[in-house]
Design a protein around this ligand. Structure first.
Ligand code: AMP
Ligand code: ZN
Ligand code: ZN
Length: 429
């Protein structure tokens, strides 16, 4: 045994020595990793706003679905009873209104589909979306960059377009498949730079509640899960801010672009039952709003045939009610038809191909784009941070007001816009 011990002893000694060395090295690596991974605190934050868009997050989801992080933000900050979306209650017009303070008639994105320059702009044509000729007015990130601040956008319509030749310093081309948490973590990483490079205005965009609202309807359990999912991502953002020591210093503004109404695919108005499409140069279709560009001299002929349809209101451009702020813009169509809530205005051909493409064409789904007078179209506004009062419930206001609020917090001189800070000043500290 002794022999064995003596024989083993050097090996054992070497083994112990090696273990000790490994231990020392492991400890050193762990310490280095802790320094590297341990989140650096940010102690010199300038006034900062993170604007988060929850697409299609209807005003009543906050109480109906009770998402805990958003509830807490509202409790510690400001919530509007609801925010009034601009007409038409579609995604692109309203996002661009939120960041310019301009009604769609003034910022040019008069619908998700826009006709100008002899061509059609649509959300899916990235080459048009990224062409600045469509986007009038000045979005917040351009205002901020022009005045020497830095900005970062992990998605928000128009943030990948060089408006006035200016892009946010950090931005991404839109791709809805990017996981929400990656959007959050990337945005947080943009803050981890010296103060003079750090963005003061940042955006995030999550489509979950719009996706689920369309597919399953606003009242569905699937939509509740979507609301909780985006709530969890906002929780992740706040935790990331907390690790940096700035969760009480950043102003977080959560908005939506519009609400969502239940639709069931049977409430349909067929425009070709009323007029011959050969009378029009161009018709831009969505079920909720139809833009008709008549052939020269055919405006009155078309209008006479559509002016008294049930479940869809068609206006000549100059007769669109003033409350909709939709008469001024050169891109507003000469005739606009707006469906009654829950209804769709379409053609037989469009409807037939849609029905053929669906397994269950008549189950409940969701839609938006209707008149902003409907409760179902109401949008969300929640804001929390040092600039905002705590536990304050603001009376409803139009989404043109958000631009001035952000400019005020960031100390920016706003570009001319349709908002008036006096309408919303009371929410600020
Ligand atoms: P809507 O058809 O009005 O319901 O629009 C919602 C859809 O807009 C989302 O599901 C996205 O596919 C699309 N979208 C949102 N943001 C962008 C963007 N920045 N660029 C292109 N498409 C977008
Ligand atoms: Zn939307
Ligand atoms: Zn939508």
């Amino acid at each position: 045994m002794q022999k064995t011990f003596e024989r083993m002893s050097p090996t054992d000694h070497q083994f112990k020595h090696a273990l000790r060395q490994i231990g020392v090295i492991t400890l050193a690596i762990a310490m280095l990793a802790a320094v590297a991974l341990g989140q650096q605190k940010i102690s010199d934050l300038k006034p900062t706003v993170i604007l988060i868009s929850l697409d299609g997050f209807r005003a009543d989801y906050l109480d109906k679905f009770d998402p805990p992080t958003l509830k807490k933000l509202a409790k510690n900050g400001v919530r509007a009873k609801w925010m009034i979306p601009s007409f038409p209650t579609k995604t692109f017009p309203n996002h661009y209104t939120l960041v310019t303070g301009l009604y769609p008639e003034h910022h040019g994105i008069v619908e998700n589909n826009v006709y100008d320059f002899g061509t059609v702009f649509s959300m899916s044509k990235l080459e048009e979306v990224e062409n600045p000729r469509w986007w009038l007015g000045e979005p917040i990130w351009v205002t901020a960059e022009k005045q020497g601040q830095h900005t970062g956008a992990y998605f928000f319509p128009a943030t990948a377009t060089p408006i006035e030749g200016i892009l946010p310093e950090h931005y991404r081309r839109y791709n809805g498949r990017v996981p929400n948490d990656l959007r959050v973590d990337t945005l947080l990483s943009w803050l981890d730079v010296p103060q003079k490079e750090r963005p003061t205005f940042l955006t995030l965009y999550f489509s979950d509640t719009d996706d689920a609202g369309h597919e399953f309807g606003p009242e569905s359990i699937e939509n509740k899960y979507a609301a909780w999912n985006v709530d969890r991502s906002i929780g992740r953002l706040i935790e990331g801010l907390r690790l940096r020591g700035i969760d009480q210093k950043v102003n977080i503004i959560v908005v939506s672009d519009h609400g969502m109404a239940p639709v069931d695919g049977r409430k349909i108005v067929f425009l070709d039952d009323h007029f011959n499409f050969d009378l029009a140069d161009k018709i831009l279709w969505t079920n909720e709003i139809v833009q008709i560009f008549p052939k020269p001299g055919k405006l009155d002929e078309i209008y006479d045939k559509v002016k008294n349809i049930d479940h869809s209101t068609c206006w000549k451009k100059q007769d669109i009610p003033e409350r909709l702020h939709y008469t001024d813009g050169p891109r507003v169509a000469p005739i606009v038809c707006s469906s009654e809530e829950g209804w769709g205005t379409t053609s037989h051909a469009r409807y037939k191909s849609w029905v053929a493409s669906q397994d269950e064409p008549y189950r409940t789904r969701g839609a938006h784009g209707y008149d902003n007078k409907y409760e179902s179209m109401r949008a969300t506004f929640i804001a929390s941070g040092p600039a905002f009062k705590r536990g304050y419930v603001a009376k409803p206001f139009a989404n043109v007001e958000v631009y001035n609020v952000v400019c005020k917090i960031l100390g920016l001189k706003p570009a001319p816009n349709d908002g008036d800070l006096d309408h919303v000043r009371s929410m600020l500290r």
